[in-house]
Design a protein around this ligand. Sequence first.
Ligand SMILES: Cc1cc2nc3c(=O)[nH]c(=O)nc-3n(C[C@H](O)[C@H](O)[C@H](O)COP(=O)(O)OP(=O)(O)OC[C@H]3O[C@@H](n4cnc5c(N)ncnc54)[C@H](O)[C@@H]3O)c2cc1C
Length: 397
Amino acid sequence: MRHALIIGAGIAGPVTAMALQRAGISSTVYESRSETAEAVGGFLTVAVNGQAALEVLGLRHCLDSGFPTPDMAITSGAGKLLAAFPYGPMLPDGRTARTITRSDLYCALREEALRRDIDIQHDRRLLDAVSNGEMVRAFFADGSSAIGDLLIGADGLRSRTREIICDTSPPARYTGLLNTGGYARGLRVHTPPGELNLIFGRHAFFGYVVHPDKSIWWFANLPERIEPTPQGLSAMDIRDRLTTLFARDRGPILDIVAHTPDLATPYGTYDFPRVPAWYRNLMIILGDAAHAASPSAGQGASLALEDAVVLARALTERPSITGAFTSFEDLRRPRVERVVAWGRKTGDSKAAGPVGRLIRDHVIFPHFVGRRSGRGRADPLAWLYDFPATWDAVLTH
Ligand SMILES: Cc1cc2nc3c(=O)[nH]c(=O)nc-3n(C[C@H](O)[C@H](O)[C@H](O)COP(=O)(O)OP(=O)(O)OC[C@H]3O[C@@H](n4cnc5c(N)ncnc54)[C@H](O)[C@@H]3O)c2cc1C
């Protein structure tokens, strides 16, 4: 039986291990953190295409602690409704996009992988890897090493595996937006639970969704043209900054911020437009390591889940590992690069200047108004949410 070394136990890592198991390939997952995600903050929304990928592996229950997020509404800072539409199509069983804390998702995936007898090792930071064309050997920061038939880098935006595979890869691209957020309690807003509200404020962007328990989960994107240093970020008075930036916008933004005891320390956001090579010899990257999309796409986790099943499926179909890697890249590159480009455009519209805002609000968004039910008009974003939910269809889709 082939054995894979998987680097990273975020989203793509454990799911790739479970997908490989289905393909008859054993694996060990190596994670640099001491624990998977107990300390990781924030939340994300898994769109229906990501859920289809989970469905292929019988993993949809890993989203159970999340809540349905079927709709989106977009308003301007002046309070004008710019667009309202479904957050992707509804699946045949009635499921829609789901919002979940990052730590709940990471922990659920890890627990399910452990239940399926997958070996996950913590405190194992990959430093280097070499291949002789027959085997791969990985070297870890604790001085240990491991041997496998292939190595899969699921080690995220700052991937070490990417550097090992492709030393000409450019660095991650700063999007010009900082992210912060939190969970507000004890405030009532007139918004139905599960509707993701996105507000294009005059100076910054705000998103919130009401949890069925009435807490409000939110994030804000603040334009910052020059990439800030870690020192600059930790010195930032983020509450003061939010209060100033959103002072002239309508809606519940300032109340939500005021009802949030702990604000996330702000951090820069990034994407990765094009990594020239995804694989070399018996080593490959997937998920954010290969193609991080801006958070504005709301698709990075879903793409990582899709990658996991497509790679495993390719490894069952192609006799050679590098043949499978070629199929994987041929299948995935056009889709993921389209999503990354779309996410970049969405992010840029959040930081639009006065003229850009006029075009956005009066020309682009009115086109979408009325798409709430999705009926009667072809959905221009249908391609984004399109992924098959069966093992057999994954390669032919
Ligand atoms: C603010 C924000 C909001 C987002 N919102 C959404 C959303 O709503 N919907 C969505 O689909 N996506 C969203 N995303 C994107 C999503 O979080 C990522 O695309 C997704 O986490 C990628 O999964 P991954 O497994 O590839 O990488 P990660 O989840 O980053 O996992 C990588 C793992 O590798 C480990 N690692 C790193 N280096 C090493 C090493 N050298 N050795 C061993 N282990 C290592 C890390 O510790 C980590 O556990 C958002 C991202 C951000 C920043």
